[in-house]
Design a protein around this ligand. Sequence first.
Ligand SMILES: [Fe+2]
Length: 266
Amino acid sequence: HKHSPSAIRFGLTGKGNFTGVEGEDVVFGPGDMVLTPNDAWHNHGTVGGEQAVNLSVLDLPLVETLHAVHFDHKYTEMVDGKEVEKKVQTARYPGDYSQRIYGEGGLMPRFVDHKRGGGLSSPMYVYRWEKMEAVLDAHKDWDGDPHEGIVIDYVDPTTGGPVFHTINFYVQMLRPGERTLPQRETASLLLAPFRGNGHSIIDGKRYDWNQFDTIAIPGGSWVEHVNGSSSEPVIFFGATDAPTQKALLLYKRWGRNQAGDLLRLV
Ligand SMILES: [Fe+2]
């Protein structure tokens, strides 16, 4: 099926999560992110007969609010010149297509069509954990941002912007013992601790969290994050509706410095 809401799946446990998207059959494991964008045909399942859990994040509430939801369940392929309805799509790209075409930042093959699916989102449908982990590791000793630590965004390789027009996805690392300075933004955030444990202070209230919890931070809240470990990093998988707010010129962000002064950041 396909639909106007865009979705991602982020692997949590098991190596056999499966998503077929626009003819690319993707098997994915912990930390891998797979897109099923606005108007892209997809089907889900598992391979290998073992349980696999993923976190799904959709812009459905926004698209619903805008009365723009559309679903299409009639998937067809051309067989011998005839249109035939099918339950599962036939793979027409190699399973590692996204990595082979888009997997090297800053380098772009010219000989393929970058308008995949509805042509409305990133044509890179799989972001592997291995690459993200290498980038995090390469920057673990940088100062980072005092309000956010080390944040790496997932981007559409053809634009450098967010993978969807509605949601931006990112990974946030807090180094051992790191505590972020207070920050407040108009965007709403979803944070899923993928590694480590600690607590967040949201509008003055403490919330403790562990691996695989989900933290919802409503827009307008003051937030601080604390890594509870002095030896292990915290890694959050994050989602924000900032792109929608930026498109509507509604996005703002503030912070406080060590002295407690209010700063306008965006
Ligand atoms: Fe779907």
